[in-house]
Design a protein around this ligand. Structure first.
Ligand code: NDP
Length: 449
């Protein structure tokens, strides 16, 4: 097993995030591999870490000053053993092949956990949406889709939003996909409600994350009522995690963006959250504007020289990292433990560094990995595909009920797999093992392809 990691490191030594994601899964599935020989014989590990296909492409577009800009586009199709690739699209200046390979790798196991027939992929661009006008965004999305449409389709690869790709971007992307392919199909999810979208899709990753966390708390006879919660990020996942936490009686005291965070000791209530949604989704402003409206809150700017994020030093019983990968460092993990945290539930993908993960796993707290806890987003994307095939729109209550059932099912699956392989209560191992077994068994059934 360590050989495989060495091969990956030797082949792509600069792919730090991908190597980290692979190591996490390999560490978890070791007890499984130690018990079986047929996986070795069929080289499933060697195959599962190699994307089925990667396409990189040039995305030229014209800015509002008439100047041509060029970005790099990617489409990473990781694994289609259990279904067509379900691809998360990310637009962020940090995007590179390593980040998208990590995201695609996570997606493979996450999608397997949902019980839906969905493979895993990721795509996107190093384009920075910050400060772009709607027209610039549209021109970029249209040019990006000029290449992507060659690779996606309702039976091959279905794309949905991730960081920097929200409902506005999905609209522009879908419009161009429809024009180029001359078909109105569910090749993209997260669509507008009046043109094929599903109710609860926008809320799904955040709501699902809280449903998963509620299941974890229930194993210790606890609920969210009165629990103080730290949430990072202020985008799609953070907003809807906060919304559901408020609904379940918790007190959310923080939100952040890449420039800094706000701490509101009185708690972010429904009205304050509505302000954040307008600020982030319509005005596309910065989280620091929160304190101008709510002077009882404190804004702290990020200090890039610091190894830690002071957001995690506030005393709270639950923490929901919902911004980005590796946002919780070793120091942050100790700060949370010292603040008496009882639950850490990952809304973002791989938000904890390996050091932070090791600390959480060594303590008697409830700790859920993103590939289980944030699977609600892809689950409802899958439900959107079903509704598109049926040419039907389900009621919000129906979608929400299905989401709850799926998250409860993932929770049970993780606990059962963790128990079966000798690490009871370890959601991290449980998620990795359960997702891995489903995918590699399908790969074995389908022969050497
Ligand atoms: P959004 O683009 O809506 O929001 C991202 C948030 O994270 C923003 O507040 C952003 O701040 C912050 N952020 C992004 N990059 C960084 C960075 N390098 N450092 C600090 N803060 C950063 O994205 P989502 O909410 O959709 O995604 C958040 C996380 O959840 C990601 O890890 C994503 O992979 C994961 N996820 C998303 C799902 C979805 O359906 N959307 C489903 C499952 C997981 P700023 O505005 O300053 O950039």
């Amino acid at each position: 097993m360590s050989d495989i990691l060495e091969i990956i490191k030797a082949r792509d030594p600069h792919e730090r995030e991908f190597i980290q994601a692979v190591k996490e899964v390999l560490d978890s599935v070791k007890p499984l591999l130690d018990q079986t020989s047929h996986y070795h014989q069929a080289a499933v590990l060697e195959r599962i870490v190699e994307p089925e296909r990667i396409v990189t492409f040039r995305v030229p577009w014209t800015d509002d000053q008439g100047k041509v800009q060029v970005n790099r586009g990617f489409c990473v199709e990781m694994n289609s053993a259990i279904g067509p690739y379900k691809t998360a699209l990310r637009f962020h200046p940090s995007v590179n092949q390593s980040i998208l390979k990590f995201l695609a790798f996570e997606q493979v196991f996450k999608n397997a956990l949902t019980t839906m027939p969905l493979g895993g992929g990721a795509g996107g661009s190093d384009f920075d949406p910050k400060g772009k006008s709607d027209d610039e965004m549209m021109r970029f999305c249209q040019n990006f889709m000029r290449e992507l449409y060659l690779h996606i389709g309702v039976n091959t690869d279905i794309a949905t939003g991730d960081i920097g790709v929200g409902s506005r971007e999905i609209g522009y992307l879908f419009g161009m996909f429809k024009k180029l392919s001359n078909e109105f199909s569910g090749a993209l999810t997260g669509k507008g409600l009046n043109w094929g979208g599903s109710l609860i899709r926008a809320q799904a990753a955040g709501y699902g994350c809280v449903y998963f966390a509620a299941e974890m708390l229930a194993t210790r006879n606890m609920t969210f009522d009165g629990q103080v919660c730290l949430v990072s990020g202020s985008g799609n996942v953070a907003q809807h995690t906060t919304e559901k936490l408020i609904e379940l009686g918790a007190k959310v005291v923080t939100l952040s963006d890449s420039a800094g965070y706000i701490y509101d000791p009185e708690g972010i209530d429904k009205n304050k959250l509505a302000f954040v949604k307008r600020l982030k989704n319509i005005r596309r402003g910065r989280i620091k504007d929160y304190v101008e409206n709510y002077p009882g809150a404190i804004y702290t700017r990020n200090d890039i020289r610091q190894q830690n994020n002071p957001l995690w030093t506030h005393r709270a019983s639950c923490a929901f990292p919902c911004a980005t990968q590796n946002e919780i460092t070793e120091e942050d993990a100790y700060a949370l433990i010292n603040g008496n945290v009882k639950l850490v539930c990952e809304g973002a993908n791989m938000p904890c560094t390996p050091e932070a993960t090791a600390i959480f796993l060594s303590k008697p707290i409830l700790y859920a990995p993103g590939k289980a806890a944030n699977a609600g987003g892809v689950a409802v994307s899958g439900l959107e595909m079903v509704q598109n095939s049926q040419r039907l729109n389900w009621l919000a209550e129906e979608v929400d009920e299905r989401l709850k059932i799926i998250m409860k099912g993932i929770h049970t699956t993780c606990l059962q797999a963790a128990q079966a392989y000798g690490t009871p209560g370890n959601y991290f191992n449980g998620a990795n093992i359960a997702g891995f077994v489903k995918v590699v068994d399908a790969m074995l059934d389908q022969g050497v392809v």
